[in-house]
Design a protein around this ligand. Structure first.
Ligand code: ADP
Length: 362
C-alpha cells in the first residue's frame, strides 16, 4: 500500500519559481500523469518525488514517511528515463541485475527476479546482448525491467516513450497499461503528449507555469475543463474559442459577426462579454443547411484519413470542424452548421475560468 502525498510542494531556482504549491494525494495503485507544455514544471515535480531535486517548500510523504531529506535510493522509488540511461558496456541481464547486486541480493534470487521480469517483457532472448544491439523499444523495455526487478513502491516515468517512433509509442503505451494492470504499483508519469495522458492515466494533472491548472480523470478534463488553458491543451485539433458580446435584445453575438445565440446554458452573471469554446468534433456540419442552422463557407478542407478537418467561415467568425472523411464538404462549398448547446463551453475572458453550466437555459 503506497500513497504518495505532496503537501504544498514548491521548487525555486533562485528567484525563479519552477513549481508552486503542488498539493495532491496520489492513491495506492493509481496511475497519475503529469501533463503540460515544456517548462511547466512536470519534470521538476517528478524529480522532487525521486529525490533528484531538493524540495524548497512543502512536505513529501511516501507511505507514512516524510521523504524531503531521504536519499533517492532509500525512497523505494524506481525511475524510468526518456534516454533509457542503460550502461552500454553491460549486458541486458547485468543492466537489470545491477541494483539488486548493489543491494547484495543472493545470486540465485537475482537470477530468478531478472529472469521472471525479462519473461514478462519479452526480453529473455536478449539477456546476453549489449544495449547497442537492441532496438529503441527493446532498450526502453530493459529500462522498465530494471525498475521492475527492484519491486519499488512507486514507479516514476519521465517521458519514457518520447524517443520512440509513433508506431512503437502506441505499442509501448499499451504494454505499459498492461504492466500497470498486472503490477498495480503506484505510478507517476510525465509527458507533454495528451494522447499518452488520456490513455494511460487514472487521473491527469495539467500544469501551467509551475501551477496545477486541473486534476481530474481523462473524461473530466475533456468534458469539463476548468479553464481556457486546459480546454485548449486537451483535444486535437484544439477547441475553437470565439468571443461573444451581448446585444440590445439580450442575445449573444460573435464579436466578428456571423453567429448569434438567443440563450446560453451558463451562469453568465451580469457579464456582457464572454468567450465560448466548441471542440472541432462537436460542430455539426450538414451539406444541406437545416432550419435554424448557420450558413458557413468552407475555406479549406484537409483529409486526414478517417476524418477530415474543415476551416469554416460564418460571417467574420472562423471555426474549425472535424467531420467524417467520406464524402466530406470541399473548399468553396456552403454548408449548414449547428452547435449543440450541451457541448459548448464558456469562459470568463478576463480570468480564463470556465463559467458554471446551468441545468436549465439562461
Ligand atoms: P517540464 O518538465 O514541464 O518541461 P521543468 O520541470 O523541466 O519543465 O522546468 C520547469 C521550470 O524550471 C522551467 O522554467 C525551467 O527552465 C526551470 N528549471 C528547471 N531546472 C532548472 C535548473 N536546474 N536551474 C534553473 N531553472 C531550472
Amino acid at each position: 500500500m503506497t500513497v504518495v502525498q505532496l503537501e504544498r510542494i514548491g521548487k525555486s531556482y533562485g528567484s525563479h519559481t519552477a513549481v508552486r504549491e503542488f498539493d495532491l494525494t496520489i492513491q495506492d495503485g493509481e496511475f497519475l500523469v503529469l501533463l503540460g507544455p515544456s517548462g511547466c514544471g512536470k519534470s521538476t515535480t517528478l524529480r522532487m518525488i525521486a529525490g533528484l531535486e531538493s524540495i524548497t517548500t512543502g512536505t513529501l510523504r511516501i507511505g507514512d514517511a516524510v521523504m524531503n531529506e531521504v536519499e533517492p535510493k532509500d525512497r523505494g522509488v524506481a525511475m524510468v528515463f526518456q534516454n533509457y540511461a542503460l550502461y552500454p558496456h553491460k549486458t541486458v541481464f547485468d543492466n537489470m541485475a545491477m541494483a539488486l547486486k548493489l543491494q547484495k541480493v543472493p545470486a540465485a534470487e537475482i537470477q530468478e527476479r531478472v529472469g521472471r521480469t525479462a519473461d514478462m517483457l519479452g526480453l529473455t532472448e536478449y539477456l546476453g546482448r549489449k544495449p547497442a544491439a537492441l532496438s529503441g523499444g527493446q532498450r526502453q523495455r530493459v529500462a522498465i525491467g530494471r525498475a521492475i526487478v527492484r519491486t519499488p513502491k512507486v514507479f516514476l516515468f519521465d517521458e519514457p516513450l518520447s524517443n520512440l517512433d509513433a508506431k512503437l509509442r502506441v505499442k509501448m503505451r499499451m504494454e505499459l497499461q498492461e504492466l500497470h494492470d498486472r503490477l498495480g504499483v503506484t505510478s507517476v508519469y510525465v509527458t507533454h503528449d495528451q494522447i499518452e495522458a488520456m490513455t494511460l492515466a487514472d487521473r491527469i494533472v495539467i500544469m501551467n507555469n509551475g501551477v496545477v491548472a486541473q486534476v481530474g480523470s481523462p473524461r473530466e478534463v475533456y468534458d469539463h475543463p476548468a479553464d481556457e488553458f486546459v480546454a485548449g491543451f486537451i483535444g486535437s485539433p484544439a477547441m475553437n474559442f470565439i468571443d461573444f458580446r451581448r446585444d440590445d435584445t439580450g442575445a449573444w453575438a460573435s464579436v466578428d459577426g456571423g453567429l448569434r445565440l438567443a440563450a446560453l446554458p451558463f451562469a453568465t452573471g451580469g457579464r456582457s462579454e464572454l468567450r465560448l469554446g466548441i471542440r472541432p468534433e462537436h460542430v455539426v456540419v450538414s451539406a444541406a443547411p437545416a432550419e435554424g442552422d448557420f450558413t458557413a463557407l468552407v475555406r479549406l478542407d484537409e483529409l486526414l484519413g478517417a476524418d477530415a478537418l474543415l476551416a469554416l467561415e460564418i460571417g467574420g467568425t472562423r471555426l474549425m470542424a472535424r467531420v467524417g472523411g467520406t464524402n466530406h464538404p470541399r473548399a468553396g462549398d456552403r454548408v449548414g452548421i449547428s452547435i449543440p448547446a450541451a457541448l459548448l463551453h464558456a469562459f470568463d475572458p478576463a480570468t480564463g475560468r470556465a463559467l458554471e453550466r446551468l441545468t436549465t437555459g439562461g
